[in-house]
Design a protein around this ligand. Sequence first.
Ligand code: ATP
Ligand code: MG
Length: 598
Amino acid sequence: MNRIELLPDHVKRTIAAGEVVEGPFSVVKELLENALDAHAGEIEVEIAEAGLKKIAVRDNGEGIVRDDIPLSVMEHATSKIRTAGDIETIQTFGFRGEALSSISAISRLTILSRTGDAPLGGRLLCREGSIDMGDYAGPRGTMVIVENLFYNTPARKKFLKGRAAEIKNIKSVFLKIALAHPSVRFTLVSDGKRELALEVSGSVGERIEQIYGKGVTGSLYHERLSDIRASIHGFLSAPDFLKSSRSMQVLFVNDRLVEYRYMGFLLSRGYEAIAPRGRHPAAILFLDVDPGLIDVNIHPAKREIKFFDQRYIDSLIQGLCRKALDRTAHRLTGRAFRQAAGPDAQIPRPPSSYDAEDAHGTGERAAGQESFQVYPSPAGADALLVPPIDPLHVAPGLFVREGNPGVHDAAARDGFRVLGVAFASYIVFESEGALHVMDFHAAHERIIYDRIMSRTEEEVTQELIFPHVLALSIEEYDSVIEHRERLGEIGFDIDPFPDHSVVVRGVPAALGRADMDTFFRDLVEALKNGTEADIEGRAAETVACHAARRAGDALSMDEAERLTSEALSGRHDLRCPHGRPFLYKMGKKDIERMFRRS
Ligand SMILES: Nc1ncnc2c1ncn2[C@@H]1O[C@H](COP(=O)(O)OP(=O)(O)OP(=O)(O)O)[C@@H](O)[C@H]1O
Ligand SMILES: [Mg+2]
């Protein structure tokens, strides 16, 4: 074993820097927060090569007093607190006096700054531990330039995720911080291209629209809860605005962007009554709390904070969800009332906005509805009446196929007789020796999906007479543009349009007359989490889901027969694209046994 020695200062600083600076996005976050602490009204971020070559953040804030500039890169040097106790009443983002010092240990750092009352500002060059001061004659404010990040920590550089992922992280932190500061103008330039520009806006709601797309606040409820010790307000999903990822869940505590590890869980619990599996509410939440009730100093990058009374905070978040869902309850009750209004009442097709929630592809909103079982089950025959959801829960042999894709009972294929449509959802047909119940939405989805994916149709694209302009969030815009060509292969014709919008000129012919707004909202959502490999499948699934006849649609006998014939043609797997079986078979023998006839 070697002798113990104290590490030299520069090694200590390099190691410590690793805790504060996880990637280029951390530098962007620290510099943005410094600019906000300096009360800037305008902040410009410029990055080159995903921030590894250069990150420059310019603000028009208060600036640093010239003589203090060299201090700003020293360890534990800060203008924001004076005593440890100050942390308990902290109003600024920074307080550790560590960010610039850490960044300077692993990059080439330049600071240009001038305060409003000084005729001349200062310029600091910080290179490999030595500093050099000069004059700066620029406008009031500060510009921090970070070059060659991680040049002396190759291991950290190696573990970065690749350029696209790092840019995505930078954009994400940039947009989240911008969310809480609508009165500040933010711009982001990447490799010379102006990527994001957020003009000053009047409210958080407006800022949300700038970031997530025009009109998006129409799908969010703004709720507020106040208490003596804390208050919380935020924008939460309406039921037709559930997302397939948690990327739109953000928490600010006293305007500080923080990660709260239970937030996703709390929101899922809050929305469990209406959110199917895999769907998540958006929640942009602002918690204002007495600084004495939180500890902001538990993480070197200030990413997490500690709540002294976590249950209290959890109850506020849950209370806010409840408030949002109370509105939903009124909407659902209204619908239920219409549905229950008797045979003369018009049976409403589920509003298209509800389709967005249809993650399992059932084609209907099942909330609060009775399950499949309508008759009391005779003793011993329970297995027959279990809803046909999970093959594992059904007596073996009751499903038409088990691990035998695409092959159907020959008798049913050749000669079937449709008996009718039950519950406006299932085609019931008889074939030799068996009774079949087929979920027609799921079957139709499968047929459409196969048709799109096989690309045998001559006319795959249906030109839109009126091209459709879609206002997207920046993130959504990026994913649509990224997958534009692949989407083109299955019939979409999409072009970029100003202000992170796209113009859609053509859609797959199979889409028919689906509602374009809801369709595209779902499509964009599906694409966001897709990989290059599964993008066409995801898009085809979404088209199929929107184009397929839905539960509740009136289906004529003729349509029922054609659909049954195609579904049983042997060309299709007997599962919907999401993998749910759509055909349930009861053999004559099984029925006889149920009635104790055999
Ligand atoms: N953009 C800026 N405008 C004005 N002053 C700045 C700016 N950036 C840094 N400073 C000054 O430099 C000091 C050091 O900045 P640094 O980010 O290292 O520490 P901090 O913000 O005080 O704490 P933390 O490490 O928690 O961020 C700050 O306290 C502030 O006085
Ligand atoms: Mg700071």
